[in-house]
Design a protein around this ligand. Structure first.
Ligand code: NAD
Ligand code: FE2
Length: 384
């Protein structure tokens, strides 16, 4: 770990149960009244989850239009359609309201609505040169941490995703309101919660940018997420558990925004791309197997995390084994499928996945151990 580092993030983070219903008042303290676009998906609008926020905005003079055509793993066309609407409606403020998909779309719309740079020129790291509209993000899943990351993940082809990663994508404000997550279905709670745990683990073992602040956030996040994920699944309206999950996911998001994720995510993306397995679930399917592979060099770090979450052992190897078992037990307790073979994936599909994983060099360079195509295939075989 380097003693010199830069840590960046969202300037204003509000954690307040019920605050989304007073969004108009919250934003009145920060922004001049302007036309506002709320970016979300039909799952959210059909549940009426954003209704109170929208009427609060309108009441406070932020005349609000709603774009609710975001789909999971959003494609470029969705972003471009939303941008056209934002420009035609002359909006001055973007609110992303939903899971990672809605927030990721909102981030790019806030930039593209300025009309200064094409999306195609933004993929990669540090490529954004455009200014952007004011941007407020409100998560309704406790997982991606997108509300505090400078990343937007876009589906660019039939089986491929690309990322825009640039500090211009750090929102102006993140609003963490756990009441919005009370109705999350069990499988979404489980999958997104494990995604957040993976963010903490991979930030802590990140090869290049791991630092004192990201380590501190990752450890605290892992304790909060690990001790509440099963309760949030079993008792969906336990607000203490929901708040711990949402806040923990936000802390893990800040950690990996500065110390990026590695091979778990790199091997998860092809599962999403080829088999449309939700992001968090695809992470959980490969998680224990990547950790076993990484243990050759990362065992001391896994041992530290094991002790942080209260596990015992007298050697790094014992603690690493206990840590991996703890993760497997938690995943099992949430009830989501744990093997690739449970997901209509055949053994014949595995080489194609291993080839696809090699396209994720942006992530693989952060992994504590080098992963080549043969290693990736072995990990997929063990996950099968
Ligand atoms: N920007 C980042 O830093 C980052 C990090 C990780 C993943 N991602 C991306 O985020 C996306 C995944 O996001 P996600 O896992 O949050 O899922 P999501 O946004 O795709 O939402 C999944 C489903 O959950 C529903 N939903 C959301 N909140 C709900 C609630 N409170 N109650 C009931 N239903 C609700 C949605 O309607 C949707 O159908 C992927 O595209 C992934 O690549 C981004
Ligand atoms: Fe993730």
């Amino acid at each position: 770990m380097s003693s010199s580092f830069v840590f960046e993030g969202v300037a204003s983070i509000m954690v307040d149960d019920g605050a989304a219903a007073n969004l108009g008042a919250v934003l009145s303290e920060r922004y001049a009244k302007t036309r506002t676009m709320l970016v979300t998906d039909k799952g959210i609008t059909s549940l009426g989850l954003a209704d109170a926020a929208i009427s609060s905005l309108n009441k406070s003079g932020f005349e609000t239009i709603v774009f609710d055509d975001v789909a999971a793993d959003p494609a470029e066309t969705i972003i471009l359609t939303a941008t056209k609407l934002a420009i035609n409606e002359n909006v001055g403020l973007i609110v992303g309201f939903g899971g990672g998909s809605s927030m990721d779309v909102a981030k790019l719309v806030a930039i593209l609505a300025k009309g200064e740079q094409a999306l195609a020129d933004m993929y990669g790291v540090g490529k954004v040169r455009s200014s952007r509209l004011p941007l407020v993000l409100i998560p309704t899943t406790a997982g991606t941490g997108s509300e505090v990351t400078p990343i937007s993940v876009v589906t660019t082809g039939k089986h491929t995703k690309m990322g825009v990663s640039d500090r211009a994508l750090f929102a102006d404000m993140a609003l963490i309101d756990a009441t919005l997550t009370a109705g999350l279905p069990r499988h979404v709670t489980a999958a997104t919660g494990i995604d957040a745990m993976v963010h903490a683990i991979e930030a802590f073992t990140s090869r290049i940018k791991k630092n004192l602040i990201s380590d501190t956030l990752a450890k605290r996040a892992l304790v909060m997420l690990g001790s509440n994920i099963v309760q949030a699944c079993e008792k969906p309206d336990d607000m203490d558990a929901r708040r711990a999950m949402l806040t923990g996911a936000m802390l893990a998001g800040q950690a990996f925004a500065n110390a990026p994720v590695g091979a778990v995510h790199a091997l998860a993306y092809p599962l999403g791309g080829r088999f449309h397995i939700p992001h968090g679930h695809s992470n959980s399917l490969v998680l224990p197997h990547v950790l076993r592979f990484n243990a050759s060099s990362a065992a001391p770090m896994y041992a530290e995390l094991a002790e942080t979450v209260g596990l015992a052992g007298s050697t790094d190897t014992q603690l690493t084994d206990a840590f991996i078992k703890w993760l497997e037990d938690l995943t099992e307790a949430t009830g989501i499928e744990r093997r690739l073979r449970d997901m209509t994936i055949t053994q014949d599909d595995l080489p194609m996945l291993a080839t696809d994983a090699m396209d994720q060099s942006r992530l693989l360079i952060n992994n504590p151990v080098d992963v080549d195509e043969t290693d990736a295939l072995k990990i997929y075989q063990e996950s099968w």
